[in-house]
Every structure is written in structure tokens, then in C-alpha cells.
Design a protein around this ligand. Structure first.
Ligand code: PMP
Ligand code: GLU
Length: 400
């Protein structure tokens, strides 16, 4: 008998991909859907990175690389972490993977035993909770809300810690809220973590460059005492528009880096060699060269934020980083709109898809059933049209 494992049956599909696939299907049927689902930069890969990839092909980088990545790439990561983040990691502490996504699951697989607890500040990125399930761990959710910029406090964190806590996993800048933790806030969290030496904090910094207000700070930079307890995760997807090239990396204490290598040695044999060589070129380049993408996102953020503020029932604050808006739409929850009962923001997102032909991602899989995520990594024209459609649709709707 063919039977899917219990482990897989416990898992949900990635909601970001579910909604983007839905939008794609509707488009192939000829429906004019605007998709604000996936968080991926819509820029082309910068030319110097493409050239490095072409050169790597010509130079026959066609064999397996070392499992944790080419030494030259790990040196480039180490150089980048010093240059941009003032962090000291040796190449032996770095593991290059097939995207930051894999870096995170590597670390969780390395640390989590059945029943271990992983603290996730809410809202969390969709895959965190599912990855925890995959490893046999249990997510412990720490709530935040629109009112406190979707950030948790050190006191909340400490209250959530139990003898079973193994990991704290968060992203700053945050997908989906668009908030980032300040140096002071990170220090407060780090002071709590330091008290529990068996806990590892995984700091997902994949949106580091997409910060409209401040230079990015890492929890490890502001509180170096937690080096032995920290894993920094980053990658090429967001800052370099290289989502499809699938390169991410982690920087950890050596024992944890070795564990990540052990996992990769059995399941992937390491990341794509051409993309690794291209990433080397990217990381060695002054990030100012790629700043035009951030400037462009900022312009779009301002446009879409102004328009969204005017939409009935949307409570939204200006996101300071990443490229998402995460309005609180509780106004519509437990109501019936045009005959459709809305029990949570996933229903609301579906309502918008069907009635306004705008695709978003409901907040349930981010832990926030009162919010909806809109990615503004789309063209200005699409963003304006999408906001117009939502506004018209909701103003004309019968709400009971
Ligand atoms: N972390 C966060 C917060 C993300 O939004 C994403 C989405 N790309 C990832 C990790 C994974 O990125 P990658 O493409 O490098 O796997
Ligand atoms: N991280 C992006 C997002 O949140 C891409 C999709 C994914 O990796 O889940 O939309």
C-alpha cells in the first residue's frame, strides 16, 4: 500500500507558493490577476554576477565542490560578514547551502530532538513552523501585534523559555511584518539568551540590505558574548535578486558548522558550483553597487503604503524594512462580505483574489490570522492597480 509518512502528513504546503501558484493558474485561464504573493525581487541579476557565472562555466567548475562550499566562497562570506556586519567568522564556521531556507533546516536538524521547543516570535516566516515540525520539535509562539510594531520584548521572551527550549528563531528585518529590531532591542533579547547557554538563537538576516532607515545590525554584532550560542543565516536571494540561484549560508560555532556539513554531505553534496562562483563575485563587490534596488523598493513602498492607508478596514503602519506590507484586517474577520463568511485572514485573502483579482498571502501561516501579507516587489503600475482594485472592491461590498 502506498502511504505518506506521518511526518509529512503533519506538514502544510508553503502558503507563499500555494497562493502564487493559484494566481498563476488563474492567469493561465486568462484572468487578469495581480500577484503580490511571493517575496522575490523582480530585478535582473546584476551583470557582474552573471559574468562571473559565465566565466565559471567556461572554466569548468562542473564538479562537486567541498560539501560546505568552495573555500574561496567561504572566505568571501567571512570577508562580507566583517565588512558589513563587523562579525568575526572563520571560513571553517561557514556552511554554504541551497538557499537560506536550507541553512535554517540544517541548523534545526542539527539541534532539535523530539519534543524540544523552538521559540518563534509572531509573526514568523511561513517555513519556520513547518521546519520545526519536520524536525520533531514543538513551536512556542510569542505574540506581538500591530500596536507594538510586531516586535516582542525581552520580558516576553524570557517568559516563554522552559527547560525544553533549544532554539529561538527570528528574522530581522522581518518577513512578513517589515519591522526590524534596533540595536538596543537586540541587546535586550541577547541578555536573556545569554542566561541560558544551552539555547541557540538563529538570526535570519536575509533582508539585511533592505532596510530603509538604518544600517543593519546583527544580534551577534551588538552583543558579541552570544557568539557561542548564535547562528547567523543569510543568502543571495533578496539583496542580489538571485532567488533562483539558490545560495544561502550560515555562520555558527565550529561544532554546529560541522553538523551542518554532515547533514549536507548526506542530502545535497553541497550547493551548485556555478552559483557559488557567481556569489563570490557578488559578495566581494561593494554593496553600494546594488543599492539601486533598495532605492527602488523604497519608492514602491511609499506609493503602496499611501494607497493602502486609504483602504477601508486596513490598519497598516509604514514598514521600515523588507518588501512587505502586513495590514491588520480584523475589521473584516467574523463578517460576511458579499455572502462569503470570513473566519480569518486566509479567507479574506481568498476573497480578495476571487473578487478583486489581487493575490496576497493570508496571515494564518505566519501565525497572525488577523493580518494579510502583500509583497510590493512588483511594478509600480501593478501596485497602483492592485490597491485601486481592492479599494473599489471593498467599498462596493456588502458587509454584514
Ligand atoms: N528567510 C526569510 C525570512 C525569507 O523570507 C526567505 C524567503 N526567501 C528565506 C529565509 C529563504 O530564502 P532563500 O531563497 O535563500 O532560501
Ligand atoms: N521567502 C519568500 C516569501 O516569503 C519566497 C517564498 C518562500 O520561500 O516561501 O514569499
Amino acid at each position: 500500500m502506498r502511504k505518506i509518512s506521518d511526518r509529512l502528513n503533519r506538514l502544510n504546503y508553503s502558503q507563499t507558493f500555494v497562493m502564487s501558484n493559484k494566481a498563476r493558474e488563474m492567469k493561465t485561464k486568462g484572468i487578469d490577476v495581480i500577484s503580490l504573493t511571493l517575496g522575490e525581487p523582480d530585478f535582473d541579476v546584476p551583470d557582474n554576477i552573471k559574468e562571473a557565472a559565465k566565466k565559471a562555466i567556461d572554466e569548468n567548475y562542473s564538479h562537486y565542490s567541498p560539501v560546505p562550499g568552495f573555500l574561496e566562497l567561504r572566505e568571501a562570506v567571512s570577508y562580507k560578514l566583517k565588512r558589513d556586519n563587523n562579525l568575526d567568522y572563520k571560513p571553517t564556521q561557514i556552511c554554504v547551502s541551497n538557499g537560506a531556507k536550507q541553512s535554517i533546516i540544517n541548523i534545526l536538524l542539527a539541534l532539535i530532538n523530539d519534543g524540544d521547543e523552538v521559540i518563534l516570535p509572531v509573526p514568523y516566516w511561513v517555513s519556520y513552523d513547518e521546519m520545526v515540525k519536520m524536525t520533531g520539535g514543538v513551536s512556542v509562539l510569542v505574540r506581538s501585534s500591530y500596536e507594538n510594531e510586531f516586535k516582542i520584548t525581552a520580558r516576553q521572551l524570557e517568559k516563554a523559555i522552559t527547560p525544553k527550549t533549544k532554539v529561538i528563531l527570528f528574522s530581522s528585518p522581518c518577513n512578513p511584518s517589515g519591522s526590524y529590531y534596533t540595536a538596543e532591542e537586540l541587546k535586550d533579547l541577547a541578555r536573556v539568551i545569554e542566561k541560558y547557554p544551552d539555547i541557540t538563537v538563529i538570526s535570519d538576516e536575509i533582508y539585511e540590505y533592505i532596510n530603509y532607515e538604518a544600517r543593519h545590525v546583527s544580534i551577534v554584532e551588538v552583543y558579541p558574548k552570544i557568539y557561542p550560542q548564535a547562528a547567523v543565516v543569510n543568502g543571495m536571494s533578496k539583496g542580489y535578486a538571485m532567488t533562483g540561484w539558490r545560495i544561502g549560508y550560515s555562520a555558527c560555532p565550529e561544532w554546529l558548522a560541522e553538523a551542518c556539513e554532515k547533514i549536507q554531505g548526506q542530502i545535497t553534496s553541497g550547493a551548485n558550483t556555478i552559483a557559488q562562483r557567481a556569489s563570490m563575485a557578488a559578495l566581494k563587490t561593494d554593496p553600494k553597487k546594488y543599492r539601486y534596488m533598495v532605492e527602488n523598493f523604497k519608492k514602491r513602498r511609499d506609493i503602496v503604503f499611501d494607497l493602502m492607508k486609504g483602504i477601508k478596514g486596513f490598519k497598516v503602519s509604514l514598514p521600515k524594512s523588507a518588501f512587505y506590507l502586513f495590514p491588520d484586517v480584523s475589521f473584516y474577520i467574523d463578517k460576511t462580505i458579499n455572502g462569503m463568511f470570513i473566519k480569518d485572514s486566509d479567507d479574506f485573502s481568498m476573497f480578495l483574489l476571487e473578487n478583486a483579482h489581487v493575490a496576497s498571502v493570508g496571515g494564518v501561516s505566519f501565525g497572525s490570522p488577523e493580518c494579510v501579507r502583500f509583497s510590493y516587489a512588483a511594478s509600480e503600475k501593478e501596485l497602483k492597480e492592485a490597491m485601486k482594485r481592492i479599494k473599489i472592491c471593498l467599498e462596493g461590498a456588502s458587509i454584514a
